[in-house]
Design a protein around this ligand. Sequence first.
Ligand code: ADP
Ligand code: MG
Ligand code: MG
Ligand code: MG
Ligand code: MG
Length: 443
Amino acid sequence: PIYSKEDILRIVKEQDVKFIRLQFTDIFGILKNVAITVEQLEKALDNKCMFDGSSIEGFVRIEESDMYLRPDTNTFAIFPWRPQTGKVARLICDVYNPDGTPFLGDPRHTLKRALQRATEMGYDTFNVGPECEFFLFLTDNEGNPTTVTHDNGGYFDLGPVDLGENARRDMCMALEEMGFEIEASHHEVAPGQHEIDFKYGDALSTADAILTFKLVVKTIAQRHGLHATFMPKPIFGINGSGMHINTSLFKDGNNMFYDEKDPLQLSQDAYWFIGGIMKNMRSIAAITNPIVNSYKRLVPGYEAPVYIAWSARNRSPLIRVPAARGASTRLELRCPDPACNPYLALSAILMAGLDGIQNKIQPPASTDKNIFNMTPEQREEEGINALPKNLDEAIEELEKSSFVKDVLGAHIFEKYIEAKREEWDEYKAKVSKWEIEQYLTKY
Ligand code: ADP
Ligand code: MG
Ligand code: MG
Ligand code: MG
Ligand code: MG
């Protein structure tokens, strides 16, 4: 929907909205809220709403902490699970400095800059369809989350009504009330694991939608006594949760990845886009797969990609070209996980693809056989590289990439690396349960 300031003021009155949450994210994509009452809304819509940015990760130092929130009126939505009188609504905001310039630590601004680049290159829309997977876990008697699923009963168990399926239905209903077009929702491979797919849209709306999606899923799960998690690999030995990113570039309503004359019906732009992602993948992995735990999902045996390859036939490589053509022609990047900051991840993916188009980076031949069955020598022969094997390696690749520095801007680039290093260093020094099990009695 396209809302003006007047529209919002009118809807708020009609719908009896009492509170408005002004939302934005830190550089890790964690949602932040400043709640205001409806009486302050007009001031907020005039971009006069100030907050203290010093408490937000990756934002600013204390001495320069005043920030302004500029609500994007098109993001107005009412939370359907809150009371029906004195309702609660939200607006997603851009973050500005007191001097009126965009704040360079705002990831939404990073994405706007990347989209600007696409516009300069003649594309008017970068369309993105995410596939968000998550687990639903039971909570214990104190209400704390566990890693026990609600539906891991045996094969013949008739069991009580599946808590998870009910919760998922309510999630879909709440999302639809907030304007989502749900395309599919289904139980995933692992016990307790679910996927809900919504219709693709332009990258900025989709990044906003991913944040809203997570909030809705977590909120509704809680109302069912469950804990929803987007942690990439909560349980060893079973599939983790990914967030496949389907992408296409449009111009004047035409899908620029489609070319009916090509043997695979893919355009030259599509091939170059693949080439650009493959070339830059190792340096953007710390953005698409941002946490220590991300790399425990990217291992052989669980349908998650490990090697940098593409295919139009095979479902397992990093980049898959789904069979649909025409307006649905798209490239599916399969490594991202839902712990990523969607604004930064979509910026990085877009800019990597545009790098391919700009520099005419032809991708290597597609890999249509199962890469996991190849020997290391065969992979070497075919020039197939692997994704970083852990966060440490991913940070190293990120740090030496002037491409990523350009995508993120120096401010986010530096803060991001600093925080990720700290995360890795802390993890590295911790003694794990596995080590105790392996070594305590043996040595
Ligand atoms: P999969 O076959 O990998 O399970 P899904 O059907 O779960 O794929 O999800 C496909 C996603 O791709 C949906 O979000 C859908 O809206 C999106 N999609 C469809 N066409 C396009 C397009 N042209 N550009 C980007 N995304 C698209
Ligand atoms: Mg899917
Ligand atoms: Mg599907
Ligand atoms: Mg899936
Ligand atoms: Mg998929």
